[in-house]
Design a protein around this ligand. Structure first.
Ligand SMILES: [Zn+2]
Length: 331
């Protein structure tokens, strides 16, 4: 399977925060043949372990996505919803969405609301029905819709669609697992849950694994837009973005140094990454147990949390190469 085909398969699986079973099953099928022991914990984390006597290394990429959770039904069948994770109201306008049972619809705003006053509360999901009764046959309170934007291949070696944050990270981990040849290190690859609602899955996984080092693989800001506010330091196509800092973590200097050294030694394209907004699973891991030296490798993502995110396919592969090198390194 090509990297693009993997991205398509993993990104298009249903899996909003707290409801990751389907995407977890998709990933488990892909990694099972690689000889890992796969278990699922109480929070739904998919934990893949290959035993070794060496350094205990934990990798985490979150498999949960943002979602729209049904809260209220209007008489006309329109569904009001709350945010699961960081939804921006303007990104939701006209977004195609689907529920777990396959019911599809679009998001619109109330007719009397000005764009500048847009909030989640002024939006609704239209499933194409005309009454509350019809809508309630399809969806109940607490059901979660996700963006229904298939992954496409753009020019410029870019994948476009929903939830490259962070299924691209999941794919990078799968590729890394495929690339690893020989090591004594004790390897733990976690496909974590509930990252988008507060880095919850990786926290409990870190307690279970008790790693010597932890790496999060996630997306980062792509600082390549016109009139960009320069809140980040990397851009799409830069290779593996080696995290130095985000809002959740100041990466352990030894981990940053190790990653940079491995990138140089193995000829892997990389850049140093500082972002002023957003967090990753590394933030939760470093504060678990009595503290864990943590870091991250990331792919730059344009239009994060929109239905049409963009990530460079070669960046996904560079992140995989760097994680595979880290997995096989001596510490
Ligand atoms: Zn993410």
């Amino acid at each position: 399977m090509t990297t693009f085909e993997l991205l398509k398969k993993v990104c298009e699986s249903y899996g909003p925060s707290g409801r990751e079973a389907e995407v977890s099953k998709t990933i488990e099928k892909l990694v099972k043949p690689l000889g890992y022991k796969c278990t699922t914990d109480a929070l739904g984390n998919l934990i893949c372990h290959k035993e070794g006597k060496g350094t205990r290394l934990m990798f985490a990429a979150h498999m949960d996505s943002l979602g729209l959770i049904a809260t209220y039904f209007e008489d006309g069948g329109q569904i009001r919803f709350g945010a699961v994770g960081g939804l921006y109201p303007y990104r939701l306008l006209a977004a195609p969405v689907r529920f777990a049972n396959g019911a599809v619809g679009t998001v619109e705003k109330d007719g009397d609301v000005d764009f500048k006053d847009l909030t989640i509360e002024k939006l609704y999901i239209d499933l194409g029905v005309s009454s509350k009764e019809e809508a309630m046959k399809l969806v109940k309170v607490g059901d979660i819709a996700v963006y229904d934007s298939p992954i496409k291949e753009c020019k410029g070696n870019m994948a476009m669609g929903a939830y490259l944050d962070d299924r691209a990270g999941c794919v990078a981990q799968i590729l890394a697992m495929q690339m690893i040849e020989k090591t004594d290190n004790d390897l733990w690859f976690v496909f974590s849950t509930q990252e988008e609602v507060g880095l919850r899955g990786s926290k409990v996984a870190t307690f279970a694994i008790d790693p010597d080092y932890m790496l999060a693989c996630d997306v980062t800001h792509s600082d390549d837009m016109p009139k960009a506010p320069h809140v980040g330091s990397c851009k799409a196509g830069c290779g593996a973005a080696v995290k130095v800092m985000d809002r959740s973590v100041i990466c352990h200097p030894q981990v940053v140094e190790k990653l940079v050294g491995l990138a140089k030694d193995n000829g892997i394209k990389y850049a140093l990454d500082v972002i002023k907004a957003g967090g990753t699973d590394a933030g939760a891991a470093q504060l678990s147990l009595d503290g864990v030296p943590a870091g991250g490798v990331s792919m730059c993502c344009r239009y994060t949390h929109s239905p049409n995110e963009m990530v460079s396919i070669s960046d996904v592969e560079d992140c995989a190469r760097l994680m595979a090198a880290f997995a096989q390194a001596e510490f």
